[in-house]
Design a binder for this molecule. Sequence first.
Ligand SMILES: *Cc1c(COP(=O)(O)O)cnc(C)c1O
Length: 395
Amino acid sequence: MTDSDDFLEHTGLDTLAVRAGCHRSPEGEHSEALFLTSSYVFDSAREAAARFAGDTPGNVYSRYTNPTVRAFEERIAALEKAESAVATASGMSAILSTCLALLQAGDHILCSRSVFGTTTVLFTKYLKKFGVDTTFVDPTDMNAWRDGFRDSTRLVFVETPSNPLCDVVDLTRLAELTHEQGARLVVDNCFCTPALQRPLEFGADIIVHSATKYIDGQGRCLGGVVAGDRESMGEVLAFIRSAGPTMSAFNAWVFLKGLETLRLRMEAHSRNALALAQWLQEQPQVEKVFYAGLASHPGHELARRQQSAFGGVLSFRVKGDREAAWSLIDRTRIFSLTANLGDAKSTIVHPATTTHGRLSPEQRAEAGVTDNLIRLAVGLEDVDDLKNDLARGLG
Ligand SMILES: *Cc1c(COP(=O)(O)O)cnc(C)c1O
C-alpha cells in the first residue's frame, strides 16, 4: 500500500512528516511497526514465483523489501517532493549506490570541491578504478562549472551550504546548466534536510542524504537515502538488491520517528546557530565567522531564497594559529569534541587536522580550511550555556 497522490499533493509538510508512509498492520498499532524479519512466507508456490518475478507486489526478502524501510522511504519521498526514494545502509552507500546504478566506465562526474571528504575519496580512489573520472570545481563559480563539463559528464554533484565554510550554490542556475549539457544534478541535502531546503523544487534531479545526521538527530544510527524520479530509483533499488547496502529495519524505524520532529529540531538548531554566529562575530579574539545566516556572508541572499532557515553548522577563525584553535577547543566543556554533526548535542572540531586532514596543504588552502578554523555543529542546548562555553574557550 502507498499514500494516494491526492494525499501527497494536498497535505502540508508537517503532516507528511508525521503521517506519510503510515500503513497499519491488521494489529492496528498507532506508532509505526518495526518489522524485524529477514524473509517472508508465501501462500503458495505460485504466489512465491509471482513475487520473485516481481509480477505481484509484496515482500520477498529484507535486502530489498521491508515494510518499515518502505515506510521511511515513502516519508522521505513525500518530504523531498520526489516520486520515489530508496534507503541505504549509510550516507556513503547512498552516494555509491547512485553512482553504480546510473554510471558506467567512461562516464564523468563534475563535483563541487567543497563536499564531504569521504565523497572525494570515493570518487577519486574507487570510482576511478572502474573508469569513472571526476573533476572538482569551486562551487560558487558558475564559469568553473561551465568549463568543467565534458561530453561524457553524466552527473553533477554538489552540497549546499558546504562544509565547513557554508558556501551557498545557486541550484536553479546549476540545474539549468546541467540539463543543457545532458547531465543530471545530484544534491547531497544532508545539512539542510527537506525541512529547510528541497532541491528538486529548484530543478535538481536526485537527492542523497546521510540520515545519520539530522534525520536521526540524536546520534544513534547510520543510514542513508536517495530520492528522485521513479525510473532512476528503480535502478538504485535494483543495485541494492544485487549488492546489499541495505538499511536495517531497526534504523529505518528510528529515522521514521526522527522525521516526525525534524522541522522543529532544524528550526531550533538554526536559531541557536544564528545566535552563536552573531555573538562570535562580536568577540575580539575571533577573526571571521562563516554562516550563511549572517548578512555579511556572500551567500546570504541566495540562502534566503533557497532555504527556510540557515541550518546548524557554522565555522569561524580565531586570531592566531593552530595552537590558538586547539586550546579553545580543549577549554570548552559542553561542546563534544567529535566530527559528527546533526545531533542534539553540540559538537566542535578542528577541520584541518580531522575532517580535512587527508587533503594536501594546497587542497586545504583552496577549501579555506586554515589552521585557525573551528567548526561547530550547534545542538539543542540553552544557547547561553553554549556562549559561556565558547567564552571559556576564547579565554
Ligand atoms: C556524514 C556525511 C555523509 C556520509 O554519511 P554516512 O552516513 O556517515 O555514511 C555524506 N555527506 C555529508 C554531507 C555528510 O555530512
